[in-house]
Design a protein around this ligand. Structure first.
Ligand code: GRF
Length: 199
């Protein structure tokens, strides 16, 4: 059975959607570690309530690579095959990326390469786009940048607020993250440059 490691910093709704799909047998894997850089992340508590191995590794005051070495050690100790960033609010060092080549995924609440970084839903709403969405991609050293595995779009309505748009996108995030995890775990894709091709 393949092992997932989930990294999060906040509420953890994407983590919970993945955990639900694992529990329902819709993802053929087990969650071997849930790691947060913040002790107060609600997602960490939710992982504990589900009886999953949850661990806080505080990042405060540590250099990027020194911190990443701790996280990688914890993931390797639990023999994690695939790392899923789920609202993990840190850039990864090249050390981390090298330790899990093409084995780190992230979800971003916009149609990359538009609206990188924080509050992407708010950025999209403010820009006035008519369509936005979410993206699951491989992680490299650059912000919201690696090859794209799955994207899906949602409409932006006239009466949307950043919050209503974010909620519409979040529903799709919960669906496509598990879809992308399955594509990677089941070896259904190959990477050609930036392009992820379905086999
Ligand atoms: C999501 O919007 C995700 O796209 C972004 O961070 C947010 C995390 O939300 N990367 P949650 O903690 O999964 O609820």
């Amino acid at each position: 059975m393949k092992k997932l490691g989930i990294l999060l910093s906040g509420r953890g709704s994407n983590f919970e959607a993945i955990a639900d799909n694992v529990a329902a047998g819709k993802i053929n894997a087990e969650i071997a570690a849930v790691i947060s850089n913040r002790a107060d992340a609600p997602g960490l508590e939710r992982a504990r309530q589900r009886g999953l191995p949850a661990l806080c590794l505080p990042s405060k005051g540590l250099e990027r690579e020194a911190y990443d070495r701790q996280v990688v050690a914890a993931l390797k100790e639990r023999q994690v095959d695939l790392v899923c960033l789920a609202g993990f609010m840190r850039l990864l060092s090249s050390y981390f990326i090298r330790e899990f080549p093409n084995r780190i995924l992230n979800i971003h609440p916009a149609l990359l390469p538009a609206f990188l970084g924080l509050e992407a839903q708010h950025q999209a709403w403010e820009y006035g786009v008519k369509v936005s969405g979410c993206t699951v991609h491989f992680v490299d050293e650059h912000l919201d940048h690696g090859p794209i595995i799955v994207q899906t779009s949602v409409p932006v309505m006239n009466d949307d607020t950043p919050e209503t748009l974010a909620a519409r996108i979040l529903k799709e995030e919960h669906r496509i993250y598990s879809e992308a995890i399955n594509l990677v775990l089941n070896d259904c894709i190959r990477i050609e440059g930036r392009r992820v091709i379905l086999k």
